[in-house]
Design a protein around this ligand. Structure first.
Ligand code: KG4
Ligand code: ZN
Length: 339
């Protein structure tokens, strides 16, 4: 369907990890964006895949109903149904994909499978100020850390990615070592605001090309804490702010060193960040500082479009719909992509 249509209204479903989300988009404008975060994982210190799948089953109908109600539309107004086809947890993805396929069949409307990572990038197209092409995007979330060169709305190439943990994982795993609850990233960020980033030194990994590694930092923090706690059992409590500030400084430096190099090498000055970790205060302020220094235009989607959400799936689906790219009902979700 490549002919121009006056109104395009799409329902989008996102269920790749532990957030059950639904959004309605009409002509690129988000009419509803509903996210239900699964609290159950907090007590386990990480996402338990089987529990995530079950919780999606429990939530998906309610979340979708709320999105339709908030948008003020009914199922009959929908021109297509989008869903996240991967990467993510297979049990979680299957709930969203089967739900979307059921609706697609029942309503006889096209199905649009969307790549979760492309959708994180597409979150930039929801803002008032949008990057022009080509732009570089640093995608930093609990599952991914990538530098992506974007040449058209859904045309992109990964030019750097993590060889082990994602940036969000580095935050969360470090936080766990400090006894903080999951997900620890926002708490580390909060404590870091009151600490000295140069109090302790942790290694900044330098990998091939624009790749990242955070396992050295994790090991170094573990040994450092074990040593200090042997000397003073209250060390973590006493120096929480300084440890968090030093760790945050190291993670942000690791991320931005590569981004700055990639921007310079590619001669690109349109630079964005996306994904849950882009909520990090130091990452945001350092991106702006580097932007001023290097004459970049910098872009960060609104927070609600940075963490996992269905609005980003919806905007990506809008482009696919316009291009006439639809999925078959036998499309199978995929669990793994690049990190
Ligand atoms: O994009 P997202 O919601 O989900 C994934 O696709 O993974 O990202 C969640 C990640 C978690 O690791 C969380 O700790 C991290 O983003 N995060 C932060 C902050 N806010 C969320 N990390 C550091 N500083 C923050 N302020
Ligand atoms: Zn994500």
């Amino acid at each position: 369907m490549t002919q121009k249509q006056d109104t395009i209204t799409l329902l989008a479903i996102e269920s790749s990890c532990d957030d059950t989300a639904a959004a309605v988009i009409r002509n690129r404008k988000i009419l509803a964006n509903i996210v239900s975060s699964q609290e159950i994982h907090k007590q386990y210190g990480g996402v338990i895949p089987e529990l995530a799948g079950r919780a999606h089953q429990q939530n998906i109908l309610r979340v979708t109903g709320t999105a339709l109600e908030k948008a003020g539309i009914t199922l009959g107004d929908i021109d297509g149904i989008a869903y996240t086809k991967g990467p993510g947890l297979m049990g979680s993805l299957l709930v969203g994909s089967q739900f979307a396929k059921g609706l697609s069949m029942a309503l006889d409307k096209p199905l649009i499978g969307i790549d979760h990572l492309q959708a994180h990038v597409a979150a930039h197209y929801l803002g008032d100020k949008q990057p022009s092409f080509p732009f570089l995007n640093l995608l930093v979330s609990g599952g991914h850390t990538q530098i992506i060169k974007v040449t058209a709305p859904l045309e992109m190439e990964i030019i750097g990615s993590t060889t082990d943990d994602a940036a969000g994982e580095a935050f969360d795993k470090s936080a766990k070592m400090l006894g903080l609850p999951y997900p620890g990233g926002p708490l580390v960020d909060k404590y870091a605001e009151e600490g000295d980033p140069l109090a302790f030194t942790f290694p900044v990994a330098r990998m091939n090309g624009y790749d990242f590694s955070f396992s050295g930092l994790k090991t170094s923090l573990l040994y450092f804490l074990q040593k200090q706690v042997r000397i003073d059992p209250d060390f973590i409590k006493k120096r929480m702010n300084d440890i968090c500030a030093s760790m945050r400084f190291t993670i942000v430096k690791t991320l931005l060193n590569n981004l700055e190099r990639a921007a310079r090498d590619h001669g690109i000055k349109e630079i964005g960040i996306a994904g849950g970790v882009s909520a990090n205060r130091l990452l945001r302020s350092e991106l702006r500082r580097l932007g001023m220094e290097n004459n970049w235009n910098t872009y960060i989607p609104a927070f609600e479009y940075c963490t996992d959400n269905a609005a980003m799936i919806a905007i990506a689906a809008h482009y696919e719909y316009e291009a006439g790219h639809f999925s078959s009902l036998s499309e199978v979700p995929f669990a793994r992509g690049n990190h």
